[in-house]
Design a protein around this ligand. Structure first.
Ligand SMILES: [Zn+2]
Length: 107
């Protein structure tokens, strides 16, 4: 289990989504015939930045942190706070694990 052992480590390679780009891959003759979707465009993040990745569906502590973040950001961006809480709810529904429990030792 990742979060149950060891200290801070660089575990992920992250990139920032800076927009979308539309490219047709289906060889359509016109826009009306095309069934392609826009694709996200990623850029490298600030190498001096300090980032924290939270896996909400596997780590119950990550969900606690995300809900605290939603409370903190709410005054500056209510829409973001609502979206974060929605993602935590989705992750809760998906996750079987709760704080202090593990899949190896169910209650
Ligand atoms: Zn297309």
């Amino acid at each position: 289990m990742g979060y149950k052992n060891g200290g801070w480590k660089n575990k992920y390679k992250i990139q920032k989504c800076v927009g979308e780009r539309y490219t047709c891959h289906c060889a359509a003759r016109s826009v009306d015939e095309c069934h392609c979707f826009p694709e996200p465009v990623f850029e490298d993040v600030d190498p001096e930045g300090i980032y924290l990745v939270l896996r909400l569906d596997k780590d119950p502590n990550a969900r606690v942190a995300a809900l605290a973040y939603a409370d903190s950001v709410e005054a500056e961006n209510k829409e973001f706070a609502i979206d974060v809480r929605k993602k935590v709810s989705e992750a809760m529904a998906k996750s079987k694990e709760r704080i202090g429990e593990s899949e190896a030792n169910p209650p």
